[in-house]
Design a protein around this ligand. Structure first.
Ligand code: ADP
Length: 195
């Protein structure tokens, strides 16, 4: 069975997490953020160590373990009733992050909408990331060199995901607006496309 899915897509600092939590709080939407799941791993596990290693450098964790983790979490959420694959729409945040991940996930996903939180103002995103580093104790956001690397990785490796899904599924949202205006635009797009 394929999960009916909305992708929240955008550069680090574009507000995916904030918006994902809001959309995920609406009945019949289930928010899944790959970064949050990685951060909950402990360094005693092999994948926890792998995550600290790659994210500390601003790089993506390798695809196979990332997809496995995502699958296992969604299956567990479905088993214990937090996610109802028949009635819920899955809101994926932070995954797929390159075209290979999109290919690996394709047997499991029925992607209906790709919401691209676009932000032309790089300085704004860097500022958001630095503020978040202080508030949420996120080491990968504290170092300007790591932030730069993360933005480069987004441009080079993640942006091609937009081409993978094509223009028909894509809806651009201006991420430089206030969070409430971004939410309004997202809800409107979801209502128009999914009803
Ligand atoms: P942001 O939204 O700020 O880019 P995330 O919280 O989504 O950050 O991710 C933090 C880190 O977790 C990434 O830099 C990466 O190392 C790792 N990560 C998260 N999702 C994925 C993914 N789908 N594939 C590979 N690595 C990932």
């Amino acid at each position: 069975m394929k999960y009916r899915t909305i992708l929240l897509f955008g550069a680090p600092g574009s507000g995916k997490g904030t918006q994902g939590k809001i959309l995920g709080s609406v009945p019949n939407f289930h928010h899944f953020a790959s970064g949050d799941v990685f951060r909950r791993l402990t360094p005693e596990t092999e994948l926890g160590r792998l995550f600290l290693d790659y994210s500390g450098r601003g790089e993506l964790v390798p695809d196979e373990p990332t997809i496995r983790l995502c699958r296992e979490h969604l299956e567990a959420a479905a088993r214990d009733g937090r996610f109802d694959p028949v009635n819920d729409t899955l809101v994926l945040d932070g995954i797929p992050r390159n075209p290979n991940q999109a290919r690996l996930l394709s047997p499991s996903l029925d992607v209906r909408l790709v919401l691209y939180l676009s932000c032309s103002d790089m300085d704004k995103m860097v500022l958001r990331l630095q503020r978040r580093a202080l508030k949420e104790n996120r080491l990968d956001d504290a170092d300007p060199a790591v932030i730069r690397k993360r933005l480069e990785v987004f441009e080079a490796q993640s942006k091609p995901v937009l081409d993978y899904y094509g223009p028909d599924l894509r809806c651009d949202i201006d991420a430089t607006q206030t969070p409430i205006k971004v939410s309004l635009d997202i809800l409107q797009a979801v209502e128009e496309r999914l009803g």
